[in-house]
Design a binder for this molecule. Structure first.
Ligand SMILES: Cc1ncc(COP(=O)(O)O)c(C=O)c1O
Length: 377
């Protein structure tokens, strides 16, 4: 049987990983500035994470959500504490798309409304409503097309205000990434997020903070939306939550009430996934990774800004992007093939950096040296 060929692949087979490095089947090591697409939060194969999963595996890996799973409550408590959202409620699922799908659905249940406001260059996942709220017609199947989603320009307060003035009472939710990832690392302004908060308050709409990529400490605060000093009604999470173990979830404000059967999942919140997610939070806390992401990210941005050949360095914490001019458009490929460094990209010309939050200063300096050499060679 052949694999369904949907991914353009790098000709590399990774067989081993540790911290911020991965190794291929020839024994070559690569510095991972991409974090497997922002997934590696505490570092590849962190020993505490491995041990907690191993120990759990020897007890029980899975039972359905028809019984009490104390690990879920432990995860909720730890998550509430680290994120500063202790009065929120947790619903667990398996991926980012599923988290957003549930967030949007819940907003519609809660408000009884149908319209969703999303933004240009957004990416919220590939399931039906998440993809309909994603600004990329190429991945929206005909069956997912809907006129319930209104796309507005990102960071444009005037248009947002006008949209609410015209149809505020029909809007179930506004969904926004605190920092757009797939769209090319575009930081939502504080002013814009604050306006979303106040318009949602005024019109009874739900503010959904898609934190799948920019959340979990990556921006130097637990949620990128925290930089604006506002609380969202729902935060969606995945990627860094399990450090590679598949798990997603939504944090739901205390004013949104659950009803039995409203949401559900077979695998979400299983014992093994909760153990992995707890290990991530324990390491984030004990190694002070959110502060490290803030400090190392500020240093990396400062040094990138000194490199003249690249432009428009932007981001927060360890979620950083810059534009690559046409003359060096093969920079990403070169970094991988000649300098053995994985980076991310966004079309047409953005390099995205999404390393583990535990990356060291030395590793950042190694990256900067290689980047400068790759640019000048
Ligand atoms: C902001 C954002 N939301 C949602 C998703 C979808 O997550 P998943 O691929 O886990 O479904 C992604 C994935 O890249 C993302 O970056």
């Amino acid at each position: 049987m052949k694999l369904f060929d949907v991914y353009p692949l790098n000709p590399i087979t990774i067989t081993k990983a540790s911290g911020s490095y991965v190794w291929d089947d020839q024994g070559t090591s690569y510095l991972d500035m991409y974090g497997g697409h922002a997934v590696i939060s505490i570092g590849h194969t962190h020993p505490h994470w491995v041990k907690r999963i191993e120990d759990q595996l020897n007890k029980i890996a899975f039972y359905s959500n028809s019984v009490i799973i104390p690990l879920q409550q432990q995860l909720a408590e730890k998550l509430g504490k680290l994120s500063g959202k202790e009065d929120y409620q947790l619903f667990l699922c398996n991926s980012g798309a599923e988290a957003n799908e549930n967030a949007l659905k819940l907003a519609s249940f809660h408000t009884g409304r149908k319209k969703i406001v999303a933004f240009k260059k957004s990416f919220h996942g590939r399931t039906s409503l998440a993809v309909a709220a994603t600004d990329n017609p190429a991945i929206v199947a005909p069956v997912n097309e809907t006129d319930q989603v209104i796309f507005l320009p990102f960071n444009d307060t005037t248009t947002l205000q006008a949209c609410f003035d015209a149809q505020g009472k029909e809007i179930a939710a506004v969904i926004i990434e605190g920092i757009q990832g797939v769209g090319g690392i575009n930081v939502a302004s504080d002013e814009f997020l604050q306006l979303i908060r106040s318009l949602c308050n005024e019109h009874g709409s739900v503010y959904i903070a898609d934190s799948v990529q920019c959340g979990y400490g990556r921006s130097g605060k637990f949620f990128a939306h925290d930089h604006a000093g506002v609380y969202a009604d729902i935060y969606s999470m995945a990627k860094g939550m399990g450090n590679g173990f598949p798990i997603g979830g939504i944090l739901i404000g205390p004013h949104i009430s659950p009803k039995h059967g409203m949401l559900g999942t077979t695998f979400g919140g299983n014992h093994l996934a909760c153990a992995a997610a707890l290990a991530v939070l324990e390491v984030m806390e004990s190694e002070n990774l959110i502060q490290l992401a803030a400090d190392n990210g500020a240093y990396l941005m400062q040094e990138l800004n000194k490199i003249e050949a690249i432009t428009h360095v932007r981001g927060k914490g360890l979620m950083i992007g810059f534009d690559v001019p046409d003359a060096i458009r093969d920079l990403k490929k070169k970094l991988l093939s000649e300098y053995h460094i994985f980076t991310g990209e966004a079309k047409p010309n953005v390099i995205r950096l999404l390393p583990s939050l535990a990356i060291s200063r030395q590793q950042i300096n190694d990256f900067l040296d290689a980047l400068k050499k790759a640019i000048t060679s």
